[in-house]
Write a protein that binds this ligand. Structure first.
Ligand code: AGP
Length: 619
């Protein structure tokens, strides 16, 4: 979720730097931990980059002699490979003469192999990033062809993963060349000047004439032209359009709220979290884990510590990790963990889950676990945060910055990362599920498209939410992996619409909560697929029957094709089929949409609900 800006104009001067710095400022909402610019000036490329916020970059520029230029690129980095340091900040240079500079958004999955090739050729690196590998490849390709567009084309055909790349070269002073795959890039058309951006916010202050690019396309901009080609070299046309958003809306990519934007970004959050986790043979590789395999093989207990939504991600992951690894998994609310005299040994793996990586309760739980001798792994969405820094190892989610206080895309990314960890452990320890890892990873790779498809089918859920704006109480039921989803659905409604909501294990109903059912009481029920083992589906259908018989208004989330729920459902919300353990990645989506739209119908602040903070840094 880095921010990218490119500019090429008619004259040398301060405008390129001004345009790029303003564009980066407009992209700050995306969250970042370092920033940098490159200017093509004379027969050199000038670069300046700093960890931290734009103010640090501005200070460095003000303290330096910055050359006049006609061409510039800029970048705000949300760290993926390599921590937020000056060295890892973009731009990265390529070539011994340093005449090429690159900025990049995304993840180059095969950068390890490519880096090894370059190292064998004697290339040296100054950073830990995948971007510097791309810079060196581009410099070598430019040295061969002398054409920056051709160099880009030859390199992008060797890259795997998701990337937006922008490159400049001192020997091509009035040109910026960019390429995109599974990552955003848009062209801005000016009068005698042209722009590039990771979204229109990058240049909306200068032009509203934009050009959309398709997947696997390269664009070359000069002050008076933009030329598009496909990665295979065939010419292409971008799709011109006029931006109708104002700057504020552009930060939300045209959505009304960050939460709505982030819910719709969930296919990327899951897909990007899966990137780079397998080698060319499909075997799981978790290099960043950096825990000795022998120690991992020796684990006899896993404890997950987290709070709120992150804890519900852990509750979902428990079912899957236990199923694949046969290691007992306990989920402990972080703020309870320290006070329950936990059973921890040096064969215990404590997995913390935290979007911010700064939640005090979770950080204290991790410190306590380490003091008891446990191995600690952080599942975190924020590079270089406190919790991953204080853990033995980290598995970063790649959901990108989550701005809305209510967690949505980070939640799905957390589940995905925990599944990858569980499959890795299963593969490492052998046993019956070692081979399943490939099959499950293959099915996980299909989930982003299923989420995207589901998101286009939410009109009825939005209508129900608006109709229920005056509701005073909503219950949520689920079983097995659907139980944490029921809890998460209730939490979303509490924190967004300030409505009493409660999630229950469906089997718990008859042990008390069914007394809450009265005529008209709305109840969401997360129904497992009919192919779920142990007749779980039938049992949940019975639960729906029990509450419907007592007058409940049953809002049923069921798989496509499940006809058994129809006689007892006042509303049926369909989700695509997927295997039982992966269903939470889909069944939570309608509940997120419901909470979002009910809160909106009540005129509440969806992104900044009352009393809440995005990161709870106090115990
Ligand atoms: C989620 O919608 C809430 N904002 C909250 O429960 C959050 O998940 C919890 O505070 C944990 O935050 P973390 O993931 O940053 O540690």
């Amino acid at each position: 979720m880095c921010g990218i800006v490119g500019y090429v104009g008619p004259d040398t001067g301060a405008r390129p730097l001004d345009v790029v710095m303003e564009g980066l400022a407009r992209l700050e909402y995306r969250g970042y931990d370092s920033a940098g610019v490159a200017l093509v000036a004379g027969d050199e490329v000038y670069t300046q980059k700093r960890a931290g916020k734009l103010a640090n970059l501005r200070e460095a520029l003000e303290g330096d002699t910055v050359p006049s230029a006609a061409t510039a690129i800029g970048h705000t980095r949300w760290a993926t490979h390599g921590g937020p340091t000056d060295e890892n900040a973009h731009p990265h240079r390529g070539g011994a003469d340093g005449k090429l500079a690159v900025v990049h958004n995304g993840i180059v999955e095969n950068f390890h192999q490519l880096k090894q090739e370059l190292l064998a050729q004697g290339v040296t690196f100054t950073s830990e990033t995948d971007t510097e590998v791309a810079a060196q490849l581009l410099a070598a390709a430019f040295a061969e062809s002398g054409d920056l567009t051709e160099a880009m084309r030859s390199v992008v055909n060797r890259l795997e993963g998701a990337f937006t790349l922008l490159a400049v070269h001192a020997d091509a002073p009035d040109t910026v060349v960019a390429a995109r795959r599974n990552s955003p890039l848009v062209v801005g058309l000016g009068e005698g000047e042209n722009f590039l951006g990771s979204d229109v916010a990058a240049f909306i202050g200068y032009t509203k004439q934009a050009v959309e690019l398709d997947q696997d396309q390269i664009v070359t901009i000069t002050p008076t032209s933009h030329t598009v080609m496909n990665f295979d070299g065939t010419p292409a046309e971008g799709k011109p359009y006029e931006v109708t958003w104002d700057a504020a809306a552009a930060e939300k990519s045209g959505y009304d709220t960050f939460m709505e934007k982030e819910i719709n970004d969930q296919p990327h959050a899951v897909g990007d979290t899966l990137l780079g986790r397998t080698d060319a043979d499909g075997k799981l590789v978790l290099d960043e884990l950096r825990i000795d395999e022998a120690n991992l093989k020796d684990i006899d207990r896993i404890t997950i510590v987290a709070c709120g939504t992150a804890a519900y991600a852990g509750m979902v992951a428990k079912y899957a990790i236990e199923h694949w690894t046969r290691i007992p998994v306990e989920v402990s609310l972080a703020h309870e963990f320290r006070y329950c005299d936990p059973i921890v040994s040096d064969r215990t793996l404590v997995v913390s889950i935290s979007q911010s990586g700064e939640t005090a309760d979770t950080a204290m739980a991790v410190r306590h676990a380490r003091s008891l001798g446990a191995l600690t792994v952080s599942v975190c969405n924020t590079h270089g945060a406190t919790i991953p820094r204080e853990s033995d190892a980290v598995l970063y989610t790649h959901a990108g910055p989550e701005i809305a206080v209510a967690s949505t895309k980070a939640f799905l990314a957390q589940i995905t990362a925990c599944y990858v960890l569980g499959l890795y452990l299963a593969q490492l320890r052998g046993g019956t599920f070692a081979d399943d890892a490939r099959a499950v990873m293959a099915e996980l790779h299909e989930v982003p498209d299923k989420i995207a498809s589901l998101l286009t089918e939410m009109d009825r859920v939005k209508e129900i939410a608006r109709f229920m704006a005056d509701t005073r109480s909503v219950l949520f039921l689920g079983r097995n992996v659907g139980y944490p989803i029921a809890m998460e659905g209730a939490l979303k409604l509490k924190e967004l619409a300030y409505i009493h909501a409660e999630g229950f294990a469906a089997g718990e109903l008859k042990h008390g909560p069914i007394a809450l059912i009265e005529p008209g009481q709305p109840v969401f029920i997360v129904v497992p697929g009919p192919d779920t083992p142990n007749e779980l589906h039938k049992k949940v259908v019975s639960n729906i029957q029990e509450i419907r018989a007592r007058g409940a208004r049953t809002l049923v989330i069921a798989q496509e094709g499940d006809e058994e729920v129809l006689p007892f459902a006042d509303e049926v919300i369909r989700v695509p089929h997927t295997s039982p353990l992966l269903q939470p990645l889909l069944t939570v989506v309608p509940l997120q949409i419901f909470a979002l739209h009910l809160s909106t119908a009540k005129g509440l602040d969806v992104d900044q609900p009352r009393n809440l903070a995005k990161s709870v840094t106090v115990e």
